[in-house]
Design a protein around this ligand. Structure first.
Ligand SMILES: Nc1ncnc2c1ncn2[C@@H]1O[C@H](COP(=O)(O)OP(=O)(O)OP(=O)(O)O)[C@@H](O)[C@H]1O
Length: 236
């Protein structure tokens, strides 16, 4: 069976400068894959290619055995996306927004239940514009999850969340993987990767410098030690 997410010799350059430089890796259903790498390593560019928001210059990406750039709406319904800047409409209140998104899907989460799990009820009457960064992030995560997608792409989902919210999100993501979802998380947090990832991909300067199970990548050391060794000089 093809992996849920496949990146094959992906290249993507901006003004002649490679952002992703021949990267190959995959992520499987029922597992959490953490993508780590210094600022500018190519994580967001890769994930945006996987989301169908950018087109590879060469190589290929496949999600649920489709090319996300050309995929029909039915494919998009099976993929949940949380972008780094949230991308939420600023005048919306969270529950009507989530109910609206839920109505677009065949088998959505019950909105009240999802909102309760992410602590959204506490600021249910606040518009996106007036929310704190962490509150906005919880709503963006709920928006990615509400359609019960088969694949979830989450760009730094817990950056800026308080410790309780981080635990809530981690347990939610583990539960989603437990029901068969392919969860792909970009992160700068070793703690996050060590707590939730089954598999790890480390990018540096647009290339894969390590990939495998967390245990394979880490060996007998901490992920942090391995990361610093692999990415020394990799930041731009
Ligand atoms: N639209 C764009 N135009 C020009 N350069 C871009 C564009 N998008 C990304 N880049 C460049 O491509 C490289 C990779 O960026 P990318 O956002 O993929 O990195 P990242 O690993 O997600 O970084 P971070 O950890 O800071 O989020 C960077 O050098 C960045 O400046």
């Amino acid at each position: 069976m093809a992996p849920a997410v496949l990146v094959h010799e992906l290249r993507r350059a901006f003004a002649g400068r490679a952002a992703v430089d021949g990267a190959s890796w995959s992520a499987a259903a029922g597992r959490v894959t953490a993508v780590l790498g210094p600022n500018g390593a190519g994580k967001t560019t890769t994930v945006e290619c996987l989301e169908g928001l950018q087109r590879p210059d060469s190589g290929s990406v496949r999600v649920l055995d489709s090319d996300p750039w050309r995929a029909p709406a039915s494919h998009r319904a099976a993929v949940g996306v949380m972008l780094q800047d949230g991308g939420l409409p600023t005048t919306a209140r969270p529950l009507p927004l989530l109910r609206h998104l839920a109505a677009l899907h065949a088998d959505p989460w019950p909105v009240e239940e999802l909102a309760a799990r992410l602590g959204i009820g506490d600021f249910a009457r606040t518009t996106v514009r007036r929310m704190s960064g962490g509150q906005r992030q919880r709503v963006a995560l709920a928006a990615a999850l509400v359609g019960r997608p088969e694949v979830l792409f989450l760009d730094e989902p817990t950056a800026g969340l308080d410790p309780h919210a981080r635990l809530d999100v981690w347990s939610l993501l583990r539960a989603e993987a437990g029901r068969g979802v392919c969860v792909v998380v970009t992160t700068h947090s070793f703690e996050e990767a060590e707590r939730i990832a089954d598999d790890v991909v480390v990018l540096a300067a647009g290339r894969v410098v390590a990939s495998g199970t967390l245990a394979e990548v880490r060996g007998a050391r901490t992920l942090e030690d391995v990361y610093f060794e692999l990415t020394a000089g990799g930041a731009r």
